[in-house]
Design a protein around this ligand. Structure first.
Ligand SMILES: [Zn+2]
Ligand SMILES: [Zn+2]
Length: 224
């Protein structure tokens, strides 16, 4: 089945993808499972899980930490941001979750985990994102893949989607799974399909969102 990972909804400040539209896209594109990973919240993922019963929703969070962003998959509760990186990974594990490292070597992403910090948490890492469709240079994905191979870590591909049309930018094609352990086992035999989505479009979403909210408050002032 087709699984998409590292998807943002409009519960993230930088994304405009509405939960309903995400579910609709998945149905139209035969996507059966989705890892929704908003920044520092699981609210959108919980909502999608409740509303889209035909979709397998992996509740995830892209958590800001002292040393960059880390993704927790299969979470039960929200993990507070801005804690120590290692503590955050331990918290993910305590919930029975999967520790997934997003865009590890992308120098343009200021919130990436630096290589030396990544080495310090390697014992807790389950999955390395070996392809991020929003990467600034293709070379950084190659480095991530090499790093994963060298350290015998599982790889997965992430759409890092911030608008609906880019949800399918990276596909993990794998056998159906039940729960985090089974997910990891099936991921080890997964096949990947990828295509780039442009950085510029994400930048454009940001601009559009801020214009929209400014217009709203402007109208609010006019009619109050
Ligand atoms: Zn990120
Ligand atoms: Zn992200």
């Amino acid at each position: 089945m087709i699984v998409v990972l590292h998807i943002h909804s409009d519960y993230s400040a930088c994304s405009e993808s509405h939960i309903d539209k995400i579910a609709q896209y998945c149905r139209q594109h035969d996507i059966k499972a989705i890892g929704l990973t908003d920044h520092d919240t699981i609210e959108g993922a919980l909502r999608l899980q409740k509303e889209a019963l035909d979709l397998k929703v992996i509740v995830g969070e892209e958590i800001s930490t002292s040393h960059g962003e880390i993704v927790g998959l299969f979470l039960k509760e929200k993990i507070e941001p801005n804690q120590d990186l290692r503590e955050t990974c331990l918290e993910i594990k305590k919930q029975g979750g999967v520790v997934y490292v997003p865009h590890p070597f992308d120098r343009l992403k200021v919130n990436r985990i630096r290589a030396r910090h990544l080495r310090e948490i390697l014992d807790l890492v389950d999955v390395i994102e070996i392809y991020n469709s929003k990467i600034s240079l293709a070379h950084y994905n190659t480095r991530a893949k090499r790093f994963a191979d060298k350290h015998h870590k599982l790889g997965a591909v992430g759409s890092d989607s911030h608008y609906v049309a880019s949800i399918g930018a990276a596909l993990n094609i794998m056998e159906p799974f039940e729960g985090p352990q089974d997910f990891l086992e099936k991921l080890s035999r997964a096949e990947f399909k990828t295509g780039a989505s442009s950085l510029l479009s994400t930048w454009w979403v940001r601009v559009r969102k801020s214009v929209k909210s400014k217009m709203k408050s402007f109208r609010g002032e006019m009619f109050s």
